[in-house]
Design a protein. Sequence first.
Length: 148
Amino acid sequence: MNDLFSNSFKRNQAQFGDVEAGQETMNLDKFFEDVENVKDDMKGVETFYKKLQDSNEECKTVHNAKKVKELRAKMDADVGQVLKRVKIIKQKLEALEKANANSRNVPGCGPGSSTDRTRSSVVSGLGKKLKDLMDSFQSLRARMNDED
């Protein structure tokens, strides 16, 4: 839904030929590309979360010790992958924060401008989503350890 609105907004800006709006749009295009990359990475982490949930449920029903060990090893490997990906996502979010600070030096994009507010709110939203995702992982890991 948001994509529908943002695309039409960009189109309307281009039609009006507003130099200042065009400059802000160009400034935000790279930012939104980076945001989409972070969102894609988060989707990958969510996929691992679902796989871990499924593996945990399967582990409860398996009675063969060898199969349980295999599942546990796979789950440990998945947790390791998640931690690596989350570190990368965190680095990308920190880079976005630095880019936000740098963009405040651009004329027309200073503190309190619409560009600054947009960038700040998007990055903080991504940070909150990452925190929620990691809280979910932590609770899943705690449940998995309790069930051992």
